[in-house]
Design a protein around this ligand. Structure first.
Ligand code: SAM
Ligand code: SF4
Length: 343
């Protein structure tokens, strides 16, 4: 750099609709130890390991986003904690906290939290989203097609004990958990956990008909209204994305609703997703993507190549998605499973 010139700070990641991306969801694997019936097929074929970004590459990608203004990173998958040496990635990413990054977090099914909770806290993680769709061990085995409910409960206890703030994510399923949701809300709030309900999205073939799974969340909300007083909360912080929150007066707890089907929330979208193979998807519900792995592996100047790829990607961020679940035996909106994009 010539003397006397200061570097211009890299441009923020602003898209054609004026939305600035400050939140990255980084998938570290497409593998999982469960097979949730709305997420995966029972017999999934997973990607060859050589196609995955290495831990070093994942860090390089994360650093490129942080330089461009990303303040929050959520590590996801597949199940992030099944990736070998994942603790090392958290350690590395944790060094950016307070140095560009405000929050490092993850979404997990909790099966390995008993092993990993303290390590995550040591790396700087303070909050965790835990996916749990039922409190009934038999139903848990049915939904996850293999899960051990007690192990998940031990994982949740370990996370709580380690001081992690917990949010429970629950996908509303017409026949499997809709009737149980008031009990789940009561349990979560009793334990001091926030909770978010999610509408099932038609992503990937799971061998099950989405019509049998999908329930619009307004139906669940109507049911909750019969028990409690739901008071709307204003959106805040980096989470000001898809969730609409209420505070339940009687429990004092917070409940979010993510309604990709019944109430499109794309106008406030501040996030992008990077898959474990280094593809950046600007929208969960669209197929447009840009390959960051070739920028990393084939360029003499990976940093400049990544920046250029991010600029190209931002231009592709679409205005919104458009999911529908109406017809029986319909093809998924996209062939890509949520576990590939990173939930
Ligand atoms: N394995 C981790 C877990 O389950 O928390 C992280 C990855 S998982 C893909 C992230 C989130 O996506 C979970 O909360 C899961 O319930 C949700 N999910 C997966 N497939 C979905 C679908 N088709 N529609 C709505 N949510 C889905
Ligand atoms: Fe695995 Fe999470 Fe998908 Fe369930 S939702 S199969 S835990 S990736």
């Amino acid at each position: 750099m010539p003397d006397g010139l200061t570097p211009i700070s890299p441009a923020p990641l602003t898209d054609a609709f004026g939305r600035t991306v400050s939140y990255l969801r980084l998938s570290v694997t497409d593998r999982c130890d469960l097979r949730c019936a709305y997420c995966m097929a029972e017999h999934m074929t997973f990607l060859p390991k050589k196609d995955l970004l290495t831990l070093e590459e994942l860090e390089t990608v994360a650093a490129a986003f942080i330089r461009r203004g990303v303040r929050k990173i959520r590590v996801t998958g597949g199940e992030p904690l099944v990736r070998k040496d994942i603790g090392d990635l958290f350690d590395r990413l944790g060094t950016y906290l307070g140095d560009g990054l405000d929050e490092l977090t993850l979404t997990t099914n909790a099966t390995l939290l008993e092993r990993d909770a303290e390590r995550l806290v040591d790396a700087g993680v303070r909050r965790v989203n835990i996916s749990l769709d039922t409190l009934d061990p038999d139903m848990f085995r049915e939904i996850t097609r293999r899960g051990d409910f007690d192990k998940v409960m031990r994982g949740i206890d370990a996370a709580d004990k380690a001081g992690l703030k917990i949010k429970i994510n629950t996908v509303g399923l017409k026949h499997q958990n809709a009737a149980e949701i008031p009990n789940m809300v009561e349990w979560a709030h009793d334990r001091g956990f926030d909770m978010t309900l999610i509408e099932v999205m038609p992503l990937g073939d799971t061998g099950e008909d989405r019509v049998d799974q999908y329930i619009p969340l307004f139906e669940i909300r109507d049911r909750l209204d019969q028990f409690w007083t739901l008071e709307d909360e204003a959106a805040s912080g980096t989470s000001a994305g898809p969730s609409r929150y209420v505070r339940i007066k009687e429990t004092g707890g917070k409940l979010g609703f993510i309604t990709p089907l019944t109430n499109n929330f794309c106008a406030g979208c501040n996030r992008v997703r990077v898959t474990c193979t280094g593809r950046i998807y600007m929208c969960l519900g669209q197929d447009d993507h840009v390959d960051l792995r070739s920028a990393l592996r084939d360029s003499d100047d990976p940093r400049a190549a990544l920046d250029a790829a991010l600029d190209r990607a931002l231009l592709k961020k679409p205005e919104k998605h458009d999911f529908k679940i109406r017809e029986r035996a319909a093809s998924p909106a996209l062939p890509r499973h949520m576990s590939v994009t990173g939930g």
